[in-house]
Design a protein. Sequence first.
Lengths: 255, 430
Amino acid sequence: MSKPRLGVFKFSSCDGCQLSILDAEEELLELLDRVELADFLEASSASVGSPYDIALVEGSVSTEEEVERIVRIRKESKMLVALGACATSGGLQALRNWSRLGLFESAVYPEQKVARALEKALPLSDFVAVDFELRGCPISKAQLLQFFAATLRGAKPRFSSSAVCFECKRAGNPCLVVAGGTPCLGPVTASGCGALCPSRGRGCYGCFGPSDDANLDSYASWLSAHKVDRSTIGLLLKGANSQAPEFRRWIEKNG
Amino acid sequence: MARRVVVDTGPMARVEGEGSLSIVETDTGRPEVKLNIFEPPRFFEALLNGRRAEEVPDIVSRICGICPVAYQISSLNALEGLFGVEVDEQVRRLRRILYYGEWIESHALHIFMLAAPDFMRVPDAIAMAKRDPALVREALTLKRMGNRLMSVIGGREIHPVSLKIGGIYRAPSKEALASLLPELDRLRSSVQKMVAFVSSLEGPSLERDSTLVCLYDAAHYAIDRGEIVSNQGLRLPPHDFEENFEEYQVDYSNALHSRTKGGGSYMVGPLARFSLNYNQLNPAARALAKGVGLKPPLKDPFKSIVVRALEIVHALEETAREVKEYEKPVRPSAPYKARAGTCYGVSEAPRGILYHSYTINGRGHVERAKIVPPTAQNQARMEDDVRLLVPRIMSSEATEARRLSEMAIRNYDPCISCATHFLRLDLRKA
């Protein structure tokens, strides 16, 4: 049986999620041995090109060129995977979507217009069908490897999107909100990080986006009861996943 | 006008981010060399407007997945300076170890996965691994050590979560850090092979003079802070950076270029650090430098790969020393009160000086942010290097011309994701 053809692509992003692939130092050579690397610009100058069995796409779509590119990659790929918060919900750069963007005027680029930026930075799913999402800013290396382990044997990968609170409780942490009124997005954020921040005594800031059952209104009134003001909640939600529907709706409603 | 395209790389492989290089011969006699950075801008400086000072380190970290620690440290240096916070000495030590981890990871990535394939005339590290699996496995082990240091202190290697204004959220135990020592020691005793390997790589050379700029810190081979110094006798505190260096826009790049005021291109990064701070390199690294015949000042950018290997040696040695001297801080973070003003912070990212400046208002919110990353500063110098190589490039056949051109760029380990996000955006509310 021939090896599945893998493409790795970068859109508007920081490079961190595709770096997670290269950061799987112990597994990398085995992994690359089980696929045919068709395109991975950051790692190789050999380009085999399309079609791809698996396309991993990092970054949000924020220029006209990127719209054309994601449509093309979709056509050429059997399975398209959104890699990380930028690809799944626009990422931090999508914070500009909140600034009522009539602002890309000539004043922006005083000398010549180089970047043909779209009005908004958007997730891949606004343009094409996405078969699977790996969440996080950055993604979890463990989830990435689980994704490959399942996909390469023809299984469907599954991750829990229950709240960070579950991981936090299992880690035996006292609740930061209850104990000290520390703002924490744990109750409405998907797990995947292993409750990284609360385990260090800081509030979760939402890298993995909304959890399955996130109820933002109930969460916000609970936080308010612990003396966290609404503007703080708004700022917390305006992070890497501000365009995820559950977070976005709350921000839109509550300013 | 007659124009002949000598080299057009298209999207360049084995660099971080999206860029291409073109060399066009014109009948003016002066070839046009353009490093075209088409990575879309993400407008981070504008996005920071209105954010609370305490959020800055985690936001700027997202500018770059390869050097997030550099972004966190430069921003902390600026903000802690303004707020007058005294950071505990043991916390400073932790931040340095975290930063050494980033140097080790980033340099190992550059040497073995991005740059060495050029010298060996193969497309990637996978092909290198087929030829010499032991070499690539050891390289990955080295890279992993960098990542482990970042995980132990920062929680994760990409966008660590532990640093805050005033210190660190939770300091690791002495035991947690000490558990890395056996592997650190093993790597320290084997890095000689890595240095021998990189110095055995046969590549082009380019002896040229350039303005070298880096940080100087009396206590260490500068990494987490320092004054700005150059081989032209410059010596400045961080807040004078903008008075001495300026950014300008070119029509073919989404990243601003930099030059010395009233002068030309300059170079930041390993070659500048090695040339100016050589005496502060760890003795083990200096001995290896001597062994392979390298001494300051170093003028050949194609030797950057060797200097990065020497900096890995330095980082491993300093990390081992600092880990042994580490005591868990009694006060992991100092309280502070945000105050209004403009502040400035610098540090030595793996690729060179990373400059940040913020204006904070009376509510503790960001009013203005300016970030000048190393790759943006190096762009003009990269093009100058390619210009000097044009005669050699033009007399080479196509594959070799392209290899030579790309190597001249990769010498700087450009991080294009970093470089791009700084086009000024005039935020006008509609």
